[in-house]
Ligand binder design. Sequence first.
Ligand code: DLL
Length: 432
Amino acid sequence: MIWNEKIECASREELAAVQSERLVNTVKRVYHNVPGYRAKMQEKGLVPGDIHSVDDLCKLPFTVKSDLRDNYPFGMFTVPMSEIVRLHASSGTTGRSTVVGYTRNDLQMWSEVVTRALCMAGVYKNDIVQVAYGYGLFTGGLGLHYGTENLGATVIPISGGNTKKQIQLMQDFGTSVIACTPSYALFLTEVMQEMGVNPESLNLRVGIFGAEPWSESMRREIEDKLMIKAIDIYGLSEVVGPGVSCECECQQGMHINEDHFVPEIIDPETLEPLPPGELGELVFSTITKEGIPLLRYRTRDLTRLNYGKCECGRTLVRMEKCTGRSDDMLIIRGVNVFPSQIESVLLDMSETEPHYLLIVERDGPLDVLKLLVEVQEQFFSDEVRELEALRRKITGNIQSTLGVSVDVKLVEPKTIERTAGKAKRVIDNRKI
Ligand code: DLL
């Protein structure tokens, strides 16, 4: 089923007309309401009147994650706080998170795009959707939740974790759709096996998986083990959350909801737009958001766009699966982690040196983050008990600031390799 056929199957010309009108309005709104945007446009000698259509997008300045951080928490909102009805947040490059605010209309738009995504995935009104993405500041849980309700399907708002209960409810409630990260889906299969639950005995038909990169081979594994269709859903909190794009049942790329989010692909080095089909960094301009519209927001995700015809009938452009980023952000069990955040935790502690190495591995389906960190000479002790206490302190500090568990190993001073150039801080051994 196509939820909004008029838009999802519009001609490119019709779509461009809608985009142009909305972009012109958004540019006016941010210019007049957000001093940071006005300053950036003035720097380029631009006034809102210079933007006539979506073809003028490339004239506009970029927005990056640090703009949000520098304006923490609400400095980039274009409406008064009395209009904001919800806040979400995700990790930034330092301790500060990036905060996004939604007006009532923004929430309605978000539900609409998630509902479209669910329909793309082949979910229907009579489905029972178990939302096992985290509920809270993370956008996954509530995003899928309201999209499911808007479709008219039944939502089970179980949130993440509690794996045995997840499986129990799948059996008892006849869950037909599971929404979670792909790595958690694999973990579910392991626990099912331990519990002696045969996936064949379940009612599962579709999985809505995203929030982290996953490969075609992982898709096949999940599809075989759970006997479902595994659909890729993409989004980021800054733009709206899940539902920016989603695969249809053809599973040949994710259709972008282009009447709300205009995509571009740029060269991350030169920042020049690249022609259709080229691999580069994905950039989005939001053209309907009221709370915090973003112009040319650099997602750092690497992908390519396909304007070719899709068999499902939708004309919305498709983006390829994202497997890489143009920065060093890691996604560990769905949590975004920048090495610099770990570094600042270490710098805040007097016992450690900022010489460290992060090693990411897969233990079965789960990501494991290991941290090797040098201890200051005077704290390096022969007492196992003292070192163990320090290890626990570091683990605790990282857990409380980043929300991610790390396996910390203390090493002697000056044992982590020093390089003349860029330090190699991360070794990613996951075969994603
Ligand atoms: O992860 C929103 C989301 C929730 C998407 C649930 C899909 C499902 P953030 O926490 O802000 O938002 O993280 C955004 O996660 O820039 C990508 O690097 C990565 N990401 C999200 N979806 C995918 C995907 C949510 N399908 C960042 N494939 C993005 C690869 C993804 N990476």
